[in-house]
Design a protein around this ligand. Structure first.
Ligand code: C2O
Length: 310
């Protein structure tokens, strides 16, 4: 297997770009909780109670309602039989919008969970699969029952190993996906002409909605860490194994909360920076449609997503 190592870039460039990235505008965002590690949360943890409650409520709504579980999942990907909808099948894979698109997607999903659970401080927990000992599916997601009723965190399409709490085997390791993450975080460029050397993925042209950016080879974070978890949980037949169904599995959102967190950990490394404000303006200007907690469509640019999730 190819190992990717890269030398950290210039610290001076980092300083310049990160000051340009702070957009001084608008009132401070409302108080939000922080995302917490799901490890160590028991099934009755308040964060999980809120998430469970929201899923129950969302599943009562029809797939045509943007606040429904199915609609939210379909925004990522949908099966042919789910029918057509311009707001569906937007997941960005195989291009440099992979990270910001998923950041926006979980940002608005959190707002919907807050509304549907009545818990204003809700933040998604994250599944830190790269941490030693945390490469098993979190326990509250494995039980079929909760409190004598169906546990909405359970998804029977996962591989047996996942639902039985076995360590999910990373490529050629035993303890965690730590080595995969170590390799990926060493990829110093956000985008290059080679997918494997691009932490954030390959550059593709900006589009105007409703046209979607094209998908090419998966970038380093996507293919060498993120995809491994999808396959380890869903393999060939489970929801998590296919972008058309992945977001139906409640663990999807914890997986992506972690991918989102690791993007920041990558940027903590000197020289590891997001695309350039000027040269890569297209990245910042690309727009995507999401839905807010009132079921209203919002169209936001990558710049805006970065600002909102700051
Ligand atoms: Cu758009 Cu982890 O998938």
């Amino acid at each position: 297997m190819m190992k990717i190592f890269a030398v950290a870039g210039s610290v001076f460039v980092l300083a310049l770009v990160s000051s340009a990235e702070r957009l001084p505008q608008g009132p401070p965002p409302p108080m939000q909780g922080v995302r917490q590690n799901v490890a160590g949360m028991d099934e009755n943890h308040p964060v999980l109670m809120s998430y469970r409650k929201a899923i129950v409520e969302m599943k009562k709504l029809p797939a045509t309602n943007p606040l429904s579980w199915q609609f939210q999942a379909n925004m990522h990907g949908a099966l042919n039989m789910d029918g057509a909808n311009d707001a569906w099948r937007w997941c960005m894979h195989g291009n440099w919008y992979f990270l910001p698109w998923h950041r926006g997607y979980i940002y608005y999903f959190e707002k919907i969970v807050r509304k549907m659970s009545g818990d204003d401080g809700f933040r998604l927990p994250y599944w830190a699969w790269e941490t030693e000992g945390q490469n098993a599916l979190p326990a509250p997601f494995r039980q079929k029952q909760y409190n004598g009723m169906v546990n909405v965190f359970f998804d029977g399409t996962r591989v047996k190993a996942a639902n039985s709490g076995m360590p999910l085997r990373p490529d050629d390791q035993s303890g965690s996906f730590a080595t995969d993450w170590q390799n990926v975080r060493g990829v110093s460029q956000f985008t290059t002409s080679f997918a494997a050397l691009s932490y954030g993925g390959l550059r593709v042209d900006k589009t105007m909605i409703p046209k979607r950016p094209v998908s090419m080879d998966h970038g380093a974070m996507e293919s060498q860490a993120h995809d491994l978890i999808h396959d380890a949980v869903g393999d060939d037949t489970g929801n998590m194994g296919d972008p058309d169904t992945a977001a139906r599995d409640p663990i999807f959102w914890l997986h992506h909360a972690n991918v989102d967190r690791l993007w920041n950990r990558w940027r903590d490394i000197a020289g590891h920076i997001n695309p350039d404000r000027v040269a890569d303006k297209d990245w910042y200007d690309q727009e995507f449609p999401f839905y807010d907690e009132n079921g209203k469509q919002v169209v936001v640019s990558v710049s805006k997503i970065l600002e909102l999730a700051e």
